[in-house]
Design a protein around this ligand. Structure first.
Ligand code: ZN
Length: 241
């Protein structure tokens, strides 16, 4: 039975590096305006597919401007990108695609975070983890413009939503997700519990499907990171039920 760890920014370690960026993904699904099921206007965070390239999609221009759209328009756009996304992706409102674009500068550590739910990895660290047998790592190219002469070789990890948080870590009276748009109107629990039956067995790194800002690594992932001395990730073991 593998052990599972919640991955977060080790801010003490990442603060030692000067790396900084102002970047966003090239394309995205719009947010949803006035869901006909729950009435919410929303776009989720954490559903990011940096390795999914929309550049050959004739309608790509419709994915460039973040905005909310009514349900029927959202569904039309979601159907256009579905064939390009990994099978079984949920693609909720606010899902992002394509390389990070923007400007960057400074020295990058092995792992740097953009917000709480995107991980940038240096190529030497990624190669070492893959050589150590860590499964399911996908490094996507970035389109960051560096001012310095020798820019670091950095990639964004595409971390796909798999598995679920267990219902026991939500309040007992919590409403189920909206049947129309899938929105779960709950705060992230302070003490997450993973739902054992839902967890993937073929990857050592994933996001939680019903709370995509929670990134999980297995003990194999943690051991390879520590063995390589790669800094930037804080590990907290989560219970499984
Ligand atoms: Zn809804």
């Amino acid at each position: 039975m593998p052990r599972y760890f919640w991955l977060r920014d080790d801010t003490v370690a990442t603060a030692r590096y000067s790396g900084d960026f102002d970047a966003a993904h090239k394309w995205g699904l719009p947010g949803l305006k006035d869901c006909p099921g729950c009435g919410a206007t929303w776009g989720g965070a954490g559903h990011n597919y940096p390795a999914v390239d929309l550049s050959l999609l004739p309608e790509r221009g419709e994915f460039e401007e973040p905005r909310p759209e009514p349900f029927h328009e959202f569904i039309r756009l979601q159907a256009l990108v579905r064939p390009l996304a990994p099978p079984n992706s949920k693609l909720p409102p606010g899902t992002r695609f394509g390389p990070l674009e923007g400007t960057a500068s400074g020295q990058f550590g092995p792992f740097m975070w953009l917000g709480i739910s995107m991980i940038i990895v240096r190529r030497d660290a990624l190669d070492s983890l893959q050589a150590a047998g860590v499964r399911g790592l996908l490094g996507a190219r970035t389109e960051l413009r560096f001012r310095q002469k020798a820019p670091p070789d950095i990639l964004e990890l595409q971390i796909e939503p798999r598995g679920l948080l267990h219902r026991d870590c939500f309040p007992p009276d919590a409403a189920p997700p909206c049947a129309t748009c899938g929105r779960l109107g709950l705060r992230r629990p302070d003490d997450p519990i993973l739902d054992e039956a839902s967890l993937p067995t073929d990857t050592d790194l994933f996001r939680v499907g019903n709370f995509a800002t929670v990134i999980i690594g297995t003990d194999r992932f943690k051991a390879a990171v520590e063995q390589g001395g790669w800094e930037g990730i804080q590990f907290r073991e989560l219970p499984v039920r």
